[in-house]
Structure formats: C-alpha cells, structure tokens
Design a protein around this ligand. Structure first.
Ligand code: SIN
Length: 292
C-alpha cells in the first residue's frame, strides 16, 4: 500500500487559544516519514490536534499513535484485566455496561480539569482519544493551554511559584473515584502525607523549550508544598480556569483528538447516562517533568 505523503497533510489552526485541525489524511493507511513528522510538528506548534472522519480499527489506532512515541500500557480495569482483550495499550473510556459490568472508565459524569496521571513520577506525554459512539449532547472535551496560563500569570504569582513543587495526590481520579490502591489515604488533608508524585509547578517542554504551568488536578490533598493553606493553589487554579485559555470540542463519531499532557489540561463535560459514549484511548510513555 502506498504511503500518504507530506503534501496530503493540511494543518488548519483553530480560531482558539490552542489547537489545529489536520485535514487530508486517512489514518487507516500508512503515512510516510515526512507526513508523520509534519503531524508531530503541528502537535508541538498547536498543543492539541483534531482529525475528523476517521474509520480506524484498534490496530490502526495503535499504529498511528506510535508516531508520537512508544506506547504506555493502559491502566487495568477494576478486575485487573485489559479493557480491550488483546490490546493492552488501549483504554476504554465509556459509560456503557455489559452484563452489569462497566466496559470502560469515567462513566457519564464530569471529569474535572486535569492532566493525565500526573500522580505518576513519569506521567504520559501524548493522549489520543478516538470516538466510536457519542451522545447527542454533552460529553464534550475541553483543552486548556498551560503555556499561556504561565505566560499570563501576574508577576507576583510567577515569583511566588519559582522553583516550587506541588503534590499530585493519587487518591482520586478526575471523576472523583477513589483509586483502590490508595483507599487508605481518603481524608488526608496534609499534602506532605498524600501519596503521589511531587512535580515542579513550572515545567519546560523538551521539544519546544517553552515553560508551562503544571497543576495536575485539584483533588485530595494536592497543593503547593510548604504552603500552610490553599490560597496560592486556589489563585493558580482561578487564573487557569477563569481566563480565556481553553477550547472545547463537541464529538462526532470518527473524531480523533490528540493532546500533549506536558502543556495542556483537559476537562470532560457530563452527559445523559441514558445515552452511550465510547472512546478508545492510547497514551505514549511518560517522562519526568523538567523543572524550569
Ligand atoms: C480523559 O479525561 O482522559 C477522558 C476525556 C473524555 O472522555 O473526553
């Protein structure tokens, strides 16, 4: 099968604080090296990419995902097995149940602003989310530009977070569920005692050299280490989520959304549980955040 060349790749930046749509490619077919490089470059330049109207098998989704790096195995389901038999790299994000069992994670509720798995020492870099079933309304995914969040911080806040570290409490998921392994930490309020990685508040993206604010998620005992209260943490979150730094996507079947956890946060709207939503997700292997 002939590979698609770089001439096919059309990068259309969105009129938004981040993001570009990639047009002209069929991801079920191979892309030559220059076409792959152009897509990765567009991702670095625009932080998030949307590629519409794709018809991908799980194998094809995995093959395309590898242009962003080596793949991470997906977190196992509640019974410790893979979400999708034969595809350990794939996570299923869904509210659908089969024989009384959830076929995926996150249900139908809101998933608060977060970056994927920041409680890990080496959180995943790219996340690729491919839609197989979508509700008629709700369930949109929003991305927030954390380079801009850093760049637009008032100078006094920039100074206060210089060289500082935050605790990324592992106890809860972004859907508010307790991670089984960390159940003993429920109710912990002292960030020093919370489980999870300690990461710099300002990180440098290794490919772009740009500085991004890195907050993880606002749950459990997450906070800036060494702060007696959450005033600084609250001010950082207010700056990010109350500014004009985000773009939201309403899904159609066959959309692929790709985001960079090193410089974006994301949020998922809730939707009616009487409707079905099913996404397959891959992630690339993580790296320890580089302190600015
Ligand atoms: C996620 O938070 O990783 C999932 C986002 C979504 O379901 O849109």
């Amino acid at each position: 099968m002939q590979s698609q060349s770089v001439d096919a790749v059309e990068v259309c930046p969105l009129d938004a604080p981040l993001g570009a749509e990639i047009r002209g490619v069929d991801l079920s077919k191979p892309l030559d090296a220059a076409a792959q490089a152009a897509i990765v470059q567009a991702w670095h330049d625009n932080l998030g990419l949307l590629i519409r109207n794709q018809t991908l098998t799980d194998t094809q989704l995995i093959a395309f995902s590898k242009i962003f790096g080596e793949l991470e195995m997906a977190p196992p389901n509640k019974s410790g097995s893979h979400w999708i038999e034969g595809y350990p790299e794939l996570a299923c994000i869904s509210n659908i149940t089969k024989d009384g069992q959830a076929i995926g994670s996150l249900g139908n509720g809101e998933a608060i602003w977060h970056t994927d798995m920041s409680f890990m020492e080496e959180p995943p870099t790219a996340s690729l989310l491919y839609s197989l079933e979508v509700p008629s309304s709700g369930g949109g995914t929003h991305l927030l530009n954390m380079y801009k969040a850093y760049e637009t911080l008032p100078d006094d806040l920039k100074k206060r977070i210089e060289g500082r570290v935050a605790v990324h409490d592992a106890t809860y998921t972004s859907a508010g569920e307790v991670r089984k392994k960390f159940a003993d930490f429920v109710g912990t309020t002292d960030p020093e005692k919370a489980p999870g990685a300690r990461h710099p508040l300002v990180r440098v993206h290794p490919a772009t050299g740009r500085k991004a604010l890195y907050l993880g998620r606002r749950s459990g005992a997450s906070n800036v280490l060494g702060e007696a209260d959450t005033a600084l943490w609250d001010a950082l979150w207010a700056h990010c989520t109350e500014g004009d730094l985000a773009w939201g996507h309403d899904w159609a079947v066959g959309d692929l959304l790709i985001w960079d956890n090193r410089c974006l946060m994301h949020y998922r709207e809730s939707f009616d549980n009487g409707e079905r939503r099913m996404m397959h997700r891959t992630q690339t292997k993580g790296e320890a955040p580089i302190a600015a």
